[in-house]
Write a protein that binds this ligand. Structure first.
Ligand code: FES
Length: 163
C-alpha cells in the first residue's frame, strides 16, 4: 500500500526553474490549475508561497482562487514537509494496541510534536486514523511503506535509519 507519492524536498531558497518548465508546459491550457499545482508540489515537495504568486501572475487565477483550491484538496501542502513522512495510525485497533506509545516515542526521539516537521526537514510525523490494515495493528506508513506490529523500539530504530 502506497499512500504518499515520493516528493522531493526543496531547498530554503526558491528556485523558479522547475516552475517555469511546468508553466510553459501548461501555457494556454484553460483550467489547468490542479495539474499545475500537482506538478509544482511534486517538484518542490509542497506549494511554496513564491510559486503560488508566480502561478497567479501567469495563469490569471487570483491568489484567493489558488489558495481556495490548495486548501480544499488534502493532497496539497502549503508548508514545507520533511524528506521522510511517517504516518502513525491511531485508529481504534491501533490505539488499543499501543499507538499512543509509538507517537510519544517519536515525539521524544525527534523533539517535535505529532503533526510537525523536524527543523532540519528530515522527518514529518503525522497521526492518521485507520489505514485499513487493522490486522497489522499497531501500524505506520513510512514513506509509503506499511510497517506493522510495531513496538516503540522498532519505530525508533526505523526512524533513526532514515537519512
Ligand atoms: S486502526 Fe490502524 S489500520 Fe485500522
Amino acid at each position: 500500500m502506497v499512500l504518499e507519492e515520493t516528493k522531493v524536498a526543496s531547498n530554503d531558497t526558491f528556485d523558479p526553474g522547475a516552475l517555469e518548465e511546468i508553466l510553459n508546459e501548461y501555457g494556454g491550457v484553460e483550467g489547468a490549475i490542479i495539474p499545475i499545482l500537482q506538478r509544482t508540489q511534486a517538484a518542490y515537495g509542497y506549494l511554496p508561497e513564491e510559486a503560488l504568486n508566480v502561478i497567479s501572475e501567469r495563469t490569471g487565477f487570483s491568489l484567493a482562487q489558488i489558495y481556495g483550491v490548495a486548501t480544499f484538496y488534502s493532497q496539497f501542502y502549503l508548508q514545507r514537509r520533511g524528506r521522510h513522512i511517517v504516518n502513525i495510525c491511531d485508529g481504534t485497533a491501533c490505539h488499543v494496541k499501543g499507538a499512543p506509545r509509538l507517537v510519544t516515542t517519536l515525539e521524544e526521539e525527534l523533539g517535535i510534536k505529532a503533526g510537525e516537521t523536524t527543523p532540519d526537514y528530515r522527518v514529518t510525523v503525522e497521526v492518521v486514523y485507520c489505514l485499513g490494515s487493522c490486522a497489522l495493528a499497531p501500524m505506520a506508513v513510512i514513506d509509503g511503506h506499511v510497517v506493522g506490529r510495531l513496538v516503540p523500539e522498532k519505530i525508533q530504530k526505523l526512524v533513526r535509519e532514515l537519512e
